[in-house]
Write a protein that binds this ligand. Structure first.
Ligand code: TEU
Length: 565
């Protein structure tokens, strides 16, 4: 692999902001745009290049902004359009680009389009959403919404059902209708004209539905079947996406990162090939969903280190020569990575840094989710009343109705709830973690007194400073961006790592995923450039140790089979 395919979005590091939980400037307990503007200096010092900002559009907030009422207006709690434009300009002045969340699979049921659509069967916008009559007094199909319960909601006035893959307040748009597509595309153009650099594209693999609307196979004892079988990555979806690329994305050369669950690895190039694909990169979820797939809904599935490594490495290998991945460990839909894949007690610092090194230097564009850079952790919520996330609240209600014990449900939510990743950003040891001067919309993790940005800035050895070093290292060494990828210690249940090679440079990233010493079977190549400890001993990796080594190979010796030159 050469650097001939260089591109700014490949060389960038993205920071994801969940605005509701990032920084409140007004004291109402909810983060806002002014809060983000006030923290731009912090992000610039961290060294990131792009901010992905989760939805800030006008919304009744059934799904924290992923239910959009008006694409052209800001959520009043967050600020005004002037604030948003100021954010774009202020970020640009610091060399930071903004990408926005594009939610195009559905709107809010309070969006003017849907209000019209539901007003009568012969309204011109009726067909902008997916309406079907009931069958024998029941829903049109047995599809289960991603948030639980039927995916169909009955409308008394017009006596038909509408489809919602997510909450009942998120009716799905009918992408079969060309008017819908044209309106979404012109909204995208409007935002690009406002100065944003691109989009993170929400739930895009849901836009095409099997037009036969078949019933799906249910699991024993379940009334509904997960709707993926008829509405996730369905044949024909790429026609819609190519139209989006042709009409909007290509002529404007914007950055695109698509949330694309359901894309099988065999199809990755149809999505991300630079010439014939549709997006710059996609998010895949195999590694973060190891604990729930392939088990039945709501059941915990145990996994091994080799499963975790394989879930990431197989995509790396598949895109080794062409295509590009979005690299991530956390986002607003998932729990904190140190609690899930590392150790959030004794070895929190070491394992956070180890996980950072492991994913950050793979081939792709790294994303950091707010709070990840200071090693924020999960928290065991004492009762369902403390949760705010609609998915978690619905899950609790449905599982309770099925007779599942409360403690069991809470244990599952402690490991999976989206609120684990949504607790307010921990800025300082001040009350409410410096997030708000009021009552936060979601509880603050009590460990903010010791885990916070202020403390991390003062401690030169902190996780935050380790991220800064990683960002710098990646920026200064193109081999860590464009180099080839080769996994090492694939079958080990202790060690994980890989080699990146470009020209005569060979970089080895090696990690110990356990809290015990692990022997290194082969000597490390080159010299250590960065590590999370300062006591490396030859042949041994200490608990959660990570080392990043650089070696210069003799001419003609590139791409060696072992980690040493
Ligand atoms: O999530 C949709 C989605 O596909 C994820 O739930 C994904 O399947 C999961 O993370 C894999 O484990 C997006 C947003 O990220 C989420 O916050 C919204 O609630 C949802 O769309 C609806 O807009």
């Amino acid at each position: 692999m050469e650097t001939r395919d260089r591109n700014w979005w490949k060389e960038s590091v993205v920071y994801q902001i969940y605005p509701r939980s990032f920084q409140d400037s007004g004291g109402d307990g909810v983060g806002d745009l002014r809060g983000i503007i006030n923290r731009l200096g912090y992000l610039s010092d961290l060294g990131i290049d792009v901010i992905w900002i989760c939805p800030v559009y006008d919304s009744p907030n059934d799904d924290n902004g992923y239910d959009i009422r008006d694409f052209y207006k800001m959520q009043a709690e967050y600020g005004t359009m002037e604030d948003m434009l100021e954010l774009i300009v202020s970020a640009e002045a610091l060399g930071i680009r903004i990408i926005m969340d594009l939610v195009a699979n559905h709107t809010s049921d309070e969006h003017a389009w849907f209000v019209e659509s539901r007003s009568s069967k012969d309204n011109p916008k009726r067909d902008w959403y997916i309406w079907r009559p009931g069958l024998g007094g029941e829903e049109p199909t047995n599809w289960e919404s991603n948030f639980g319960g039927s995916a169909w909601e009955y409308d008394e006035d017009t006596q038909e059902y509408y489809l919602h893959c997510f909450s009942r307040k998120q009716p799905d748009l009918n992408w079969e209708n060309p008017e819908v597509r044209r309106n979404i595309f012109s909204m995208m153009e409007w935002w690009i004209d406002k100065g944003i650099a691109g989009f993170r594209i929400d739930a895009i693999t849901f836009i095409k539905k099997d037009q036969r609307f078949p019933n799906l196979k249910t699991e024993e004892g379940r009334r509904y079947a997960p709707l993926a079988g008829a509405s996730l990555n369905q044949p024909g979806i790429l026609d819609f996406l190519h139209e989006m690329k042709r009409e909007v994305l290509k002529p404007r050369n914007v950055m695109t990162v698509a949330e694309a669950p359901g894309v099988p690895i065999e199809q990755i190039h149809e999505y991300v090939d630079e010439q014939s694909g549709v997006f710059n990169m996609i998010f895949q979820f195999d590694h973060v969903d190891l604990d729930v797939k392939p088990a039945a809904k709501g059941i915990y599935h145990s996994w091994k280190l080799t499963d975790f490594k394989h879930a990431l490495s197989k995509w790396q290998t598949e895109t080794a020569d062409k295509g590009w991945m979005a690299l991530f460990m956390e986002n607003h839909d998932h729990v904190r990575s140190v609690s899930k894949f590392g150790s959030d007690s004794l070895y929190r610092e070491e394992s956070s840094k180890m996980l950072a090194a492991y994913y950050f230097l793979m081939r792709g564009t790294p994303f950091i989710y707010q709070g990840q850079e200071i090693g924020m952790t999960n928290h065991h919520f004492a009762s369902i009343e403390e949760y705010r996330d609609i998915e978690s609240i619905n899950f609790h209600a449905y599982e309770t109705a099925l007779g599942r014990p409360k403690a069991d449900i809470l244990n599952h939510l402690a490991k999976r709830s989206r609120d684990q990743g949504r607790m307010p950003m921990q800025w300082s040891a001040e009350p409410m973690a410096g997030f708000t001067s009021g009552e936060p919309w979601l509880r603050v993790n009590p460990n903010y007194t010791s885990i916070n940005v202020e403390q991390s800035l003062h401690d030169g050895n902190s996780i935050l400073h380790f991220y800064r070093k990683l960002i710098r290292l990646r920026r200064e060494n193109k081999a860590l961006i464009y180099g080839s990828y080769r996994e090492i210690y694939k079958d080990s249940e202790e060690l994980g790592g890989y080699v990146r090679t470009l020209g005569n440079e060979e970089w080895t990233i090696l990690c110990n995923f356990t809290d015990r010493n692990a022997a290194i079977p082969a000597p490390l190549a080159g010299s250590i450039v960065l590590s999370n400890r300062n006591d490396h001993e030859a042949d041994i990796m200490k608990p959660y140790e990570t080392v990043i080594c650089k070696a210069e190979c003799e001419a003609g010796q590139e791409e060696t089979a072992s980690p040493s030159c």
